[in-house]
Design a binder for this molecule. Structure first.
Ligand SMILES: Cc1cc2nc3c(=O)[nH]c(=O)nc-3n(C[C@H](O)[C@H](O)[C@H](O)COP(=O)(O)O)c2cc1C
Length: 158
């Protein structure tokens, strides 16, 4: 049976959630089961479930993760669970107007997860809100490629 892709959402004003919902539908259309979980109240236990993960988060403050992702991020930093079994992708939302901290929300999750032993699949998606592109559209294109490059073989073999 195909594994579930769990999309973990950090958002302040809902864009990342919208992106996650569209990506979920796209992955489903490509034959991959996906679910969306808000990061609120998540603990590292979420990584105990099988399957792969997509971090989908915006950036706030001065390059911070959104409020609803703070506790989860801090819990991972503190507990430092062994995530050697985890594979993940990152969709980072930001705005290049914030030149010094562009997409830092997602960009901070990436080294944290790697330092815990998890393996990133593919390049990090960086969406620039000032570019005039629609985040869901850019993310759906990215997710199609991501699934094709990293999920297809194992799903067919399963
Ligand atoms: C107050 C505020 C601070 C922000 N700070 C950053 C930042 O430091 N770096 C960045 O790349 N984007 C920053 N952004 C842009 C948001 O991350 C971007 O608009 C994102 O698409 C919002 O997604 P959300 O609705 O899921 O929270 C900021 C936006 C606001 C309103």
């Amino acid at each position: 049976m195909a594994e579930v892709i769990t999309i973990l959402v950090g958002t302040m004003t809902g864009t990342a959630e919208l992106v996650a919902d569209e990506v979920k539908d796209t992955l489903a259309a490509e034959g991959f089961a996906a679910e969306v979980l808000a990061m609120d109240k998540l603990t590292s236990a979420v990584f105990e479930q099988p399957g792969r993960f997509l971090i989908c988060t915006s950036t706030y403050g001065q390059g911070d993760v959104p409020d609803n992702a703070r506790d989860f991020f801090a819990a991972l930093e503190t507990a430092r669970p062994d995530l050697a079994h985890v594979e993940y992708g990152v969709m980072a939302l930001g705005d290049r107007t914030y030149a010094q901290t562009f997409c830092f929300g997602g960009q901070r999750f990436d080294p944290l997860l790697s330092s815990l032993g998890a393996r990133r699949l593919g390049e990090v998606l960086l969406h620039d809100a000032s570019a005039g592109t629609i985040p869901e559209e850019v993310a759906v294109e990215w997710a199609r490629r991501w699934a094709g490059d990293h999920l297809r073989d194992r799903s067919e073999a399963a």
